[in-house]
Design a protein around this ligand. Structure first.
Ligand SMILES: NC(=O)C1=CN([C@@H]2O[C@H](COP(=O)(O)OP(=O)(O)OC[C@H]3O[C@@H](n4cnc5c(N)ncnc54)[C@H](O)[C@@H]3O)[C@@H](O)[C@H]2O)C=CC1
Ligand SMILES: O=C([O-])CC(=O)C(=O)O
Length: 310
């Protein structure tokens, strides 16, 4: 198994380190445009192996030839936002980067599974899919796992219970219009509506929607990376080990939820072939409306991008 992580910044490097520690690949390549950074970080990670008890071969590079025959490629290249910015403010800049990165990846790997992280997430996943020419099952955006993790952690904090027992469902685009679905959010199977007053749930939902901005406002210079990296690794692990985890990921829908051809977050089964099943769960009309509205926002942004994809 060979995994490449493009972008050796906060998310990319943290992801690579977690992947190495979990030994999810024999070979792990960290690539960036900046010379020295991926080499230095990769060597530093590799040197932690004797103490961290892993022996994944981690290398850093600025040359796509070193990514040849990757089974999985994680794209984290691109600018992060600063306080006051929306993720959509990154659209034009990051679309160019993701398009170019994808083009270069595909020159050296025939049939990789691509996990996209760069923002605005759903639109960048569309860009990577279009540019790659890969089947839609092999281009997957990471956001729902992170958004659900944030909702889960806020609920655990609220109730003073283990996060392990909290499951949450957050659908839709990775923006302020994301859709935390309260009905499918439980603590050991108990709906949170039975445990937390409605007005407080509404506050936790709002905190989840603005969870990314909350971190940006603290950090000032960039955005979250520990929880995002952990979320990427959960997806990659399910693919590498063919675990068939059911995780919310940004995938291209084919009429499910009345949405056609747009990438948005829905529950999917992730295995060795990428997206192996899309689940169309029963939603209340109000949640379905919100999901469709969030897909329209993604769609409108995709339309702002100019073709051609070559
Ligand atoms: N989907 C999600 O839930 C999340 C998405 N993000 C997004 O991930 C992206 C990366 O975030 P960070 O790692 O915090 O940013 P960062 O600034 O720490 O790292 C980005 C890296 O990309 C590199 N890069 C830029 N252009 C490149 C190119 N053409 N080829 C290769 N590398 C290139 C930069 O040199 C830099 O090292 C941002 O767009 C951010 O908004 C971040 C957190 C969560
Ligand atoms: O907020 C950001 O810009 C980064 C991100 O997507 C997140 O942390 O959810």
């Amino acid at each position: 198994m060979k995994i490449t992580v493009i972008g050796a910044g906060n998310v990319g490097a943290t992801t690579a380190f977690r992947l190495a520690e979990k030994q999810l690949a024999r070979e792990l390549v960290l690539l960036d445009v900046v010379e020295g950074i991926p080499q230095g970080k990769a060597l530093d990670m590799y040197e932690s192996g004797p103490v961290g008890l892993f022996d994944t071969k981690v290398t850093g590079s600025n040359d796509y030839a070193d990514t040849a025959n990757s089974d999985i490629v994680v794209i984290t290249a691109g600018l992060p936002r600063k306080p006051g910015m929306s993720r959509e403010d990154l659209l034009m800049m990051n679309a160019g980067i993701v398009r170019e990165v994808t083009r270069r990846i595909m020159e050296h790997s025939k049939n990789p599974i691509i996990v996209v992280v760069s923002n605005p997430l759903d639109i960048m996943t569309f860009v990577a899919w279009k540019q790659s020419g890969l089947p839609k099952e092999r281009v997957i955006g990471m956001a729902g796992v992170l958004d659900s993790a944030r909702f889960r952690s806020f609920i655990a904090m609220e109730l003073g219970v283990s996060m392990q027992d909290v499951t949450a469902c957050v659908l839709g685009g990775h923006g302020d219009a994301m859709v935390p679905v309260v009905k499918y959010t439980t603590v050991a199977g108990i709906p949170i509506a039975d445990l937390i007053p409605a007005d407080r749930i509404a506050e936790l939902v709002e905190r989840t929607r603005t969870g990314g901005a909350e971190i940006v406002n603290y950090l000032k210079q960039g955005s979250a990376f520990y929880a995002p990296a952990a979320s990427v690794v959960e997806m990659v692990e399910s693919i590498v080990l063919d675990r068939k985890r059911v995780l919310t990921c940004a995938v291209s829908l084919d009429g499910e939820y009345g949405i056609d051809g747009t990438f948005v977050g829905v529950p999917v089964k992730l295995g060795k072939n990428g997206v192996e099943q899309v689940y169309e769960i029963k939603l209340d009309q109000s949640d379905l409306d919100l999901l469709q509205k969030s897909a329209v926002i993604v769609d409108d942004n995709c339309k702002m991008l100019e073709a051609p994809f070559t």
